[in-house]
Design a protein around this ligand. Structure first.
Ligand code: ADP
Length: 996
C-alpha cells in the first residue's frame, strides 16, 4: 500500500519537494531524522520551536554532540536497537540537562537506512504554565532570540525597528538601518516590491506570506516573509511588521528530500497526525463545490474512525455526511492562492475539535494535516473555568500565591502574599529573605516539611512569621512541587490565619475555662437536650442527687426522672414556656428526688440556649442544694414565732428605738411605725429602780443588766416587767445598741404582794395564838396550881369524913384539875416550839431518838414495848425539838396499841430530803381522819378510852414545819400506822430565817 500510494505523488520532483516540505513543517510534533551514524539529517520547525535551536546550525551534527544530556542514556540504547532491528519503538524518559530538561515521549521509526525520531514533551502541569507570567523582558528576549528577522516599517517605508537577525540578513547591525527608508537599503525593484506588499497588507488587512529568492548582501538566500499590519489601540494602522526567515537551508534540504521521496512516504505512516490528499471538484462556473479524498494515512483512519477503503475516491460531503463539504471555502482558497492555511475548528458532525493545516502541493489538489485537539480544547476550557474558580477562590479567600523556580532561585509572590509576610509591595522576595521571616522556633520543622515535599510533591504547614516590625503572625502555607520546562518549581498559597489562631486560642481558653468552671463548680450543673435528656452533668450535680454520671446520661433518664412527683407538672410548664420562647430563663425552687428517696430542695436557674435563628439547642441548669437552708428557714420561722412571744426591742446609744418586735407591739400596744425612733423611756414612761445613769454604768461594765421596771402601755395601763438588757459595743468600746427583753410580771407581782400580805396576817395571827397559848398556859398555871393543891388538901383531910358523894366529887375535881394541868403543860410546849426555839445546828437524829427512848423508859417497860431503828442521819436542826418529836410519836404508838407495841424507826434519802418513818402495830387510823389528827385539840377518842389532850401531833407538825419539812400518815383502822416526816437536806440560812 505504501508504495502504491506514494507513487501517485512525487512524479514531479519539484512539486514533491514542496509537498514534503509543507508536510514536515506542518507537523506539530518535534521531529528529526538521524542517519545510521546518528548525524542529524532533518530538524523540523516544531523541533526548532521547542528547542530554540536552529536547524541550520545543527544539521549534519552528531546527535549526542547537540543533545549531550542523552549520551549513555536510554536514547543511545534505543537508537542502536532500532538501527539494528529495523522496528519502531516508543518510550518515555526524563532528559536531565538544561535547556531541554523535561519529560519526553519518544517514538523512533526505521526510515530507509535512517531513523525518524518524534519527540513530545509531556506536560506535567498546565496550571504551572498558566501561572508563569510573561514579562516585558521576556518579549524583548523573544524578539532578540526569535530565530527570525523582525522589522517594523511605517506606511512610508521608514524602518522603525530592526532586530539583530533582520540586520544580520543585510550584513549589518540594527543601528545601521533604523530611521532609514526602504529605498536607501534595497535595490529599487526590491524596494518597490516591499512597498507594494506593505500597501497590500494594509489594504487587505490580513497577513501576507511570500517566499523570495533574494540577492541579499549576506549572499543569495531564500526568505519566507510575513507581512502584518501594526495597529494602535484604536485600531488605526500605524505601520507593518515584516518577519523574515531564512529558508535557504530548508529549500536545499527539500531538494534533497525530493531525491529520497520514497523514504519520506514512510513518514506518513509513522505520523501521529492525520493526513489526507484531496482533489477539488469544480462546477461549470469554475466554483469549488466538493472535493474527493484521494489518499489518507493510518493516523487519519485512527483519528476519524474511518477506513481507508471507505473514503478513497469518495466525495467529502458523502464521507463526512454534510451538505456542504467541510471547510470547502478555506480549501478552495488554499488551492486558488497556493498559500497554506492553518486553523483550529470545531467539527460538529463528529463533535470534536481539530487543528488543521492545509496546503496545495499542486494545482487542483490540497493536503490536510490535522490533529484531534478535543481533549486539549476541553481541558483548556476546563482549565479556564477552574482558573476562574481558582482566581475567585484566591481573591475571596484573600490567599497569597507564590511561585518559586527552585533551581533558578526565582521567586514570584503575589501582592497579597507579600502583605501576609509583612513585606512591602515593591520588595522582591528571595529564599534567604523568606527564611529570615520564619519564626526561629518553626524554621527547623518547616525545612523538614519542605524536604519531605520532594517525595510527597506536597507540603502543608502552619507556622509563624516575624514581620519587619517584629510582630509575630500565624500563616498557613501550602505548596506543590512540579518539574516544568525550567526545572523544578514550587508553587503554592499562603493564608493569614492569625485571626483563626487567636480565635482558636481564645476558644480553647474559654473552653478550658468553661470546662474547669463546669467540672469544679460546687454548684450542680447539667446540660440537657430539648427532650430533657442529659447531655452532660458535673460532679456536684451527681453528688447532690446521688446518681453517677453514667446513670444520669443513660438514654432512659431525663430531668423528670429525678424530679419530685409533686413538682413534675410545674417543671414541665417552665420547660415548655422556654421552648415556646415566652421566657429565656427561669429562677425557681423545686424538689428533686435523691437516689436514696430523700427530697432535695434546690434553687435552680434554667436557661435555654438558641442558635442564631432562635432554634432551641439545649438547656443549661444550675442547681444549688438548699435542703439544709430550707430546714434552717423552717427553724427560723419557728424561732421567729417563738421570739414573737418574747417582748423585745433594741435602742441605739441615744436610747432611740431601732427595733420593735411583734411581742413588744402586743405587750405595749404601739406598732413598729409608732415606736421606731422614739426614746424608749419617754414612750414607755419608764420607772427605774435606780437612776438610768447608774444602770448604764453597770451596763458598760458588765455588758448586761437585769432589773424590774414599770412601763406604761399605750392604753395607760401600768406593767411591771422583769427587764434584761444586753449591750453591743464597737471596737473602740462605744455602746452601739442595747437589746431589751421584757417579761410582764405584773400578775406575779400582785400575787407576791397578796402572798406577802397573807403571810403577814398569818404571822400576826400565829403570834396572837402563841401569845394566847402562852398567856393561857402561863397565867392559868398559878390559879390552877392553887386549885389543885387545895383540892388535894381537901381530899387528904376529908376523905371518908363527908358522905360518899362528896368523896366522889372531890375525886372528879382533882382529876379535872390534873387534866387541866396536862393540857396547860402541853399548850405551853406547843407555844414554845417557835417562841423558845434554839438556833439550828448539825444534830445526830439517832442521839435524839435514844434520848427520847430514855425519857420514856418506864412506860416502855411497863407496856413491854419493842423498839427498833435503822441508821439515822445527821440533820441541821434543833436537838430538843427532835427529842420532843420522837417522844410524841413513840408515846402515841404505845398509847394506841392493843397488843405489846412493836415500833420501828428509820430514815431514807429521797431527792433533797430525808424521809423518816415511825411504824407501829397499833389500832390504826381511818383515812378520813388523816388530816384532822395534826390539828390542835383534835382527837379521835374520848378520855377514859384513850387519855390525851389532842396537842401531841400538832406539836410534831409545828416542829417539822419549822424545819422546812412536811408530815403525813399512812394508816388504816386495825392495821397499825406509819407516820412520815421529811426534812430538807441542804437547808440554807435564808430559808430558815423565813420560818423564824
Ligand atoms: P392525844 O394523843 O393527846 O389524843 P395527839 O395529838 O397525840 O393527841 O393525837 C391525836 C389523835 O390521833 C389521838 O387522839 C389518836 O386518836 C390519834 N393517834 C395518834 N397517834 C396514834 C397512833 N399511834 N395510833 C392510832 N391513833 C393515833
Amino acid at each position: 500500500m505504501k508504495n502504491a500510494n506514494c507513487s501517485k505523488i512525487g512524479t514531479n520532483e519539484e512539486k514533491s519537494f514542496e509537498y514534503f516540505s509543507h508536510i514536515l513543517d506542518n507537523i506539530h510534533e518535534s521531529f528529526l531524522i538521524l542517519d545510521d551514524n546518528l548525524l542529524i539529517k532533518h530538524f523540523n520547525k516544531a523541533a526548532e520551536k521547542a528547542t530554540g535551536l536552529k536547524s541550520s546550525l545543527i544539521l549534519n551534527k552528531y546527535f549526542f554532540d547537540v543533545f549531550d544530556g542523552a549520551k549513555g542514556s536510554i536514547f543511545e540504547e534505543k537508537f542502536n536497537w532500532v538501527l539494528k532491528n529495523r522496528k519502531e519503538v516508543t518510550f518515555e524518559t526524563f532528559y536531565d540537562k538544561e535547556p531541554f530538561k523535561n519529560w519526553y515521549e519518544v517514538r523512533i521509526y526505521p526510515h530507509g537506512s535512517d531513523i525518524a525520531v518524534f519527540l513530545n514533551t509531556i506536560t506535567r502541569s498546565k496550571l504551572a504554565e498558566h501561572l508563569k507570567a510573561e514579562s516585558e523582558q521576556w518579549n524583548q528576549l523573544l524578539l532578540e532570540n526569535a530565530g527570525v528577522g523582525i522589522g517594523y516599517y511605517d506606511l512610508n517605508g521608514k524602518i522603525l525597528m530592526f532586530n539583530k537577525l533582520a540586520a544580520e540578513h543585510l550584513n549589518g547591525s540594527p543601528e545601521d538601518f533604523i530611521d532609514k527608508y526602504v529605498y536607501e537599503i534595497f535595490s529599487s525593484n526590491m524596494a518597490s516590491l516591499i512597498m507594494e506588499r506593505i500597501e497590500n497588507t494594509v489594504k487587505l488587512d490580513k497577513k501576507l506570506e511570500f517566499e523570495d529568492f533574494f540577492n541579499a548582501p549576506s549572499g543569495q538566500k531564500w526568505f519566507l516573509s510575513n507581512f502584518v499590519s501594526i495597529k494602535d489601540f484604536k485600531g488605526n494602522v500605524m505601520g507593518v511588521q515584516i518577519i523574515s526567515q531564512d529558508i535557504t537551508l530548508r529549500k536545499l534540504f527539500e531538494e534533497e528530500l525530493i531525491k529520497s521521496e520514497e523514504k519520506y512516504r514512510d513518514l506518513y505512516k509513522s505520523m501521529n497526525e492525520g493526513l489526507a490528499v484531496h482533489k477539488i471538484i469544480y462546477n461549470f462556473h469554475g466554483k469549488a463545490i466538493d472535493y474527493l479524498i484521494t489518499e489518507v494515512n493510518p493516523a487519519y483512519e485512527k483519528l476519524l474512525g474511518l477506513k481507508e477503503e471507505d473514503v478513497i475516491g469518495r466525495k467529502a460531503s458523502v464521507v463526512y455526511g454534510t451538505n456542504k463539504p467541510p471547510y470547502i471555502d478555506i480549501y478552495s482558497l488554499v488551492v486558488e492562492t497556493r498559500s497554506p492555511e492553518h486553523f483550529e475548528t470545531y467539527f460538529e458532525p463528529m463533535d470534536r475539535y481539530f487543528s488543521i493545516s492545509a496546503f496545495s502541493p499542486k494545482i487542483g489538489e490540497f493536503v490536510t494535516v490535522f490533529e484531534d485537539i478535543t481533549s486539549r480544547i476541553k481541558s483548556e476550557k476546563k482549565l479556564r473555568e477552574s482558573e476562574e474558580k481558582l482566581r475567585l477562590a484566591v481573591e475571596s479567600a484573600n490567599l497569597g500565591i507564590w511561585c518559586w523556580e527552585i533551581e533558578k532561585d526565582n521567586m514570584v509572590w503575589s501582592d497579597r502574599c507579600k502583605e501576609i509576610f509583612g513585606l512591602k509591595i515593591d520588595q522582591e522576595p528571595y529564599y534567604e529573605l523568606f527564611m529570615d521571616f520564619l519564626h526561629p522556633d518553626d524554621r527547623e520543622n518547616l525545612i523538614e516539611i519542605m524536604g519531605n515535599a520532594v517525595e510527597n510533591n506536597y507540603a502543608n504547614a502552619e507556622h509563624r512569621v516575624i514581620w519587619p516590625d517584629g510582630s509575630v503572625h500565624w500563616v498557613q502555607s501550602t505548596g506543590k512541587l512540579y518539574s516544568g520546562e525550567n526545572g523544578l518549581k514550587a508553587f503554592g498559597i499562603v493564608v493569614d490565619i492569625d485571626e483563626r489562631k487567636n480565635y482558636e486560642k481564645a476558644l480553647k481558653l474559654s473552653e478550658k475555662k468553661f470546662r474547669t468552671a463546669f467540672e469544679n463548680s460546687t454548684m450542680g450543673m447539667s446540660i440537657n437536650d430539648t427532650d430533657g435528656n442529659f447531655i452532660d452533668v458535673n460532679d456536684a450535680f451527681c453528688h447532690m442527687l446521688g446518681y453517677s454520671r453514667v446513670e444520669l446520661l443513660s438514654p432512659s433518664f431525663n430531668y423528670l426522672s429525678i424530679t419530685y412527683a409533686e413538682d413534675k407538672e410545674t417543671s414541665k410548664k417552665y420547660v415548655n414556656n422556654l421552648l415556646n420562647g415566652q421566657k429565656s430563663f427561669y429562677n425557681l425552687e423545686k424538689r428533686y428526688l435523691h437516689r436514696d428517696g430523700s427530697i432535695i430542695w434546690a434553687y435552680l436557674t434554667l436557661f435555654l440556649i438558641q442558635d442564631d435563628n432562635n432554634n432551641p439547642l439545649y438547656f443549661i441548669t444550675h442547681i444549688q442544694n438548699i435542703t439544709a437552708w430550707k430546714k434552717a428557714q423552717d427553724e427560723i420561722i419557728k424561732q421567729n414565732k417563738l421570739l414573737e412571744l418574747a417582748h423585745i426591742f433594741v435602742v441605739d446609744n441615744k436610747d432611740r428605738i431601732i427595733f420593735w418586735n411583734k411581742g413588744s407591739e402586743k405587750l405595749y400596744g404601739w406598732s413598729p411605725e409608732e415606736a421606731l425612733g422614739k426614746k424608749s423611756y419617754e414612750l414607755l414612761k419608764t420607772k427605774f429602780p435606780k437612776p438610768l445613769d447608774d444602770i448604764k454604768l453597770e451596763l458598760n461594765r458588765f455588758e448586761h443588766w437585769e432589773g424590774e421596771l414599770i412601763h406604761k402601755c399605750r392604753n395607760g395601763k401600768s406593767l411591771t416587767v422583769a427587764s434584761h438588757w444586753v449591750s453591743q459595743f464597737d471596737d473602740s468600746g462605744e455602746n452601739i445598741a442595747t437589746l431589751e427583753v421584757n417579761n410582764d410580771i405584773t400578775k406575779r407581782k400582785i400575787a407576791e404582794e397578796n402572798l406577802k400580805e397573807t403571810l403577814e396576817e398569818l404571822r400576826k395571827s400565829n403570834a396572837e395564838l402563841e401569845q394566847f397559848a402562852y398567856v393561857a398556859s402561863h397565867d392559868l398555871q398559878e390559879p390552877l396550881r392553887m386549885i389543885t393543891s387545895f383540892l388535894q388538901l381537901l381530899s387528904k383531910r376529908y376523905e371518908g369524913k363527908l358522905d360518899s358523894d362528896a368523896d366522889e366529887f372531890i375525886g372528879f375535881a382533882v382529876d379535872g384539875a390534873s387534866r387541866m394541868q396536862e393540857l396547860i403543860n402541853d399548850l405551853l410546849i406547843y407555844s414554845r416550839v417557835s417562841r423558845k426555839a434554839k438556833k439550828f445546828e448539825n444534830i445526830n437524829t439517832e442521839s435524839t431518838l435514844i434520848q427520847s427512848i430514855f425519857n420514856l423508859k418506864v412506860i416502855l417497860d411497863e407496856k413491854n414495848a419493842n423498839i427498833t431503828y435503822g441508821s439515822l442521819p445527821v440533820v441541821y436542826g434543833d436537838y430538843n425539838q427532835f427529842v420532843q418529836l420522837f417522844q410524841n410519836f413513840i408515846a402515841n404508838s404505845i398509847k394506841y396499841s392493843i397488843n405489846d407495841p412493836v415500833i420501828h424507826i428509820c430514815a431514807e434519802k429521797k431527792d433533797e430530803y430525808w424521809i423518816f418513818q415511825i411504824k407501829d402495830n397499833g389500832i390504826g387510823i381511818d383515812p378520813k381522819h388523816h388530816d384532822r389528827i395534826f390539828r390542835i385539840f383534835q382527837r379521835l377518842h374520848r378520855n377514859g378510852e384513850y387519855d390525851g389532850t389532842g396537842i401531841g401531833l400538832a406539836i410534831c407538825r409545828r416542829i417539822i414545819e419549822r424545819h422546812g419539812g412536811d408530815i403525813w400518815v399512812d394508816s388504816e383502822l386495825g392495821n397499825g400506822s406509819i407516820f412520815y416526816f421529811k426534812i430538807p437536806i441542804r437547808e440554807d440560812e435564808i430559808r430558815r430565817d423565813e420560818f423564824e
